[in-house]
Design a protein around this ligand. Structure first.
Ligand code: HEM
Length: 90
């Protein structure tokens, strides 16, 4: 019933840039995804995909390909939900 999603804060997210041995995470529609496994498959290439790493990629994604069904494609890459800094401790 209540899936215990990991709560990811802005300070956690901004470390997940895909650099320095870290995975690349992004936020799309309030959900946090680990996009590292998808990297080699992105039709737009890795550098383009990495532009949304470590930050909320919702706007950028929507400007480029709003028709892409990321929820389906990245279902197995779901890390958790994006919450404000204060909410993580609550
Ligand atoms: C193309 C997925 C993020 C840039 C595509 C396509 C998919 C896809 C499925 C093919 C779309 C089609 O042919 O209709 C994703 C997913 C993303 C993501 C799942 C997020 C996790 C981004 C970001 C950028 C980007 C952040 C740029 C900042 C592009 C570009 C293409 C493309 C330029 C066109 C490639 C071409 O046709 O040559 N992406 N994308 N994508 N994507 Fe992404």
């Amino acid at each position: 019933p209540n899936t215990p999603y990991l709560r990811v804060t802005p300070s956690m997210l901004k470390r997940m840039t895909g650099r320095k041995g870290k995975d690349a995470w992004t936020v799309l529609g309030g959900r946090v995804y680990n996009i590292t496994p998808y990297m080699p498959f992105h039709p737009g290439g890795e550098p383009e995909l990495l532009r949304c790493a470590g930050r909320d990629g919702t706007k950028l994604f929507g400007e480029i390909h709003p028709w892409v069904n990321y929820e389906g494609m990245l279902a197995s890459c779901l890390v958790g939900i994006y919450v404000p800094e204060e909410a993580a401790a609550a």
